[in-house]
Design a protein. Structure first.
Length: 346
């Protein structure tokens, strides 16, 4: 912003900026220009912190959003100022029409970024087509660099496929390729240094995520490794670690070992929440709008869409939900007591 204010054109733009959509601005002035859309509740892995061991009750297919409904809603949000859409799941790349959905989103005027968060199993195979369709950014979930441990955490095989996906993404020019690593005590906190090393020769952004409480993941505080503790561990090995500047709405704090190609980041959702700059909304695979990942209030856009609501009515419904968004989530002590969907269904 300061850079903008300094230049004549920047000053002009700031003074004559089109006001951001009132519908996507909440009562705390947060402007929601980032939408996450879940394409499916299904997944080809069974990660311990995401899916309860007994699995989850899947929504019947007829109650999930169709590709057409996804595009209709996306178009509406983009018209109101959303500039970034991330496709999530379950595992979005197991949805048969995912390439087509990316291609349709790419046509939306005003949308700057189409991203996907994937477990990487199908990535190497699909990525050339996804890139051609318009996919700009990739996050790959990987919690361990040890193949046997991978199988233990995700309860499935596939480590080498994920690695192949990461390399394919760097080959095809994605910069940075983000790697999401949920850090859990007694599981993988001993691999922090290995993950930092992983950024030495590859243009990765390894993002260490504090373990979060969700229905069915048997959360306990002992499993959470805080960002401060992770940082200390890494600094003992690389005292020269340097902090990188970050954007206002960023959820991560980024660092880099000098001369390494990639970087690392910390997502401190538990120890230092970033609710104040939250700019994101979520649509679940069954068409519910969630204004907060940890909030349990949801509104069904699917039902309104299917009962023939006009675009104007839909925008009003979305605006009302955004307007009810709370200042911040309930805090880590209360979240674990709250009834919310398991992560896989968000």
């Amino acid at each position: 912003l300061q850079e903008l204010q300094g230049s004549g054109r920047g000053r002009f733009l700031l003074e004559h900026a089109v006001p951001f959509s009132a519908f996507l601005t909440d009562s705390f002035g947060r402007q929601h220009n980032y939408l996450r859309i879940s394409l499916t509740e299904k997944c080809n892995l069974r990660c311990q912190y995401c899916m309860p061991e007994e699995g989850v009750q899947l929504t019947p297919k007829s109650e999930l959003l169709t590709a057409q409904e996804i595009i209709t809603l996306a178009r509406l949000f983009v018209k109101e100022g959303v500039e970034k859409i991330r496709l999530t799941g379950g595992e979005p790349l197991i949805r048969p029409d995912v390439v087509d959905i990316v291609g349709q989103l790419y046509k939306l005027e005003g949308l700057k970024t189409i991203a996907v968060t994937t477990n990487g199993i199908n990535l190497a195979r699909l990525l050339p087509r996804l890139k051609e369709a318009g996919l700009n950014a990739i996050n790959i979930s990987l919690d361990t660099l040890v193949p046997a441990k991978f199988e233990f955490i995700v309860r499935r095989k596939g480590f080498h496929k994920v690695m192949e996906g990461i390399h394919k993404a760097t080959e095809l020019g994605y910069r940075p390729v983000k790697v999401n690593c949920v850090v859990m005590r007694g599981f993988n906190e001993d691999e922090l240094l290995g993950f930092v090393d992983f950024t030495k020769d590859l243009p990765l952004d390894v993002r260490f995520i504090e373990y979060m409480p969700f229905d069915g993941n048997k959360w306990n505080f002992k499993k959470m490794v805080s960002y401060k503790e992770m940082l200390d561990t890494i600094k003992q090995r690389w005292p020269e670690l340097e902090k990188l500047p970050c954007e206002a709405s960023s959820t991560s704090k980024s660092y880099k070992v000098p001369h390494f190609q990639g970087q690392i980041s910390f997502i401190t959702s538990m120890s230092e929440h970033f609710c104040g700059s939250c700019n994101r909304l979520r649509i679940t695979a069954d068409g519910n709008l969630k204004v907060c990942l940890f909030g349990n209030s949801e509104v069904s856009l699917r039902d309104h869409l299917r009962s023939g609501a006009s675009e104007e009515e839909l925008v009003q419904i979305i605006g009302a939900a955004v307007g009810r968004k709370k200042k911040q989530h309930a805090g880590m002590f209360n979240i674990s007591q709250m009834k919310n969907r398991p992560m896989i269904l968000i």
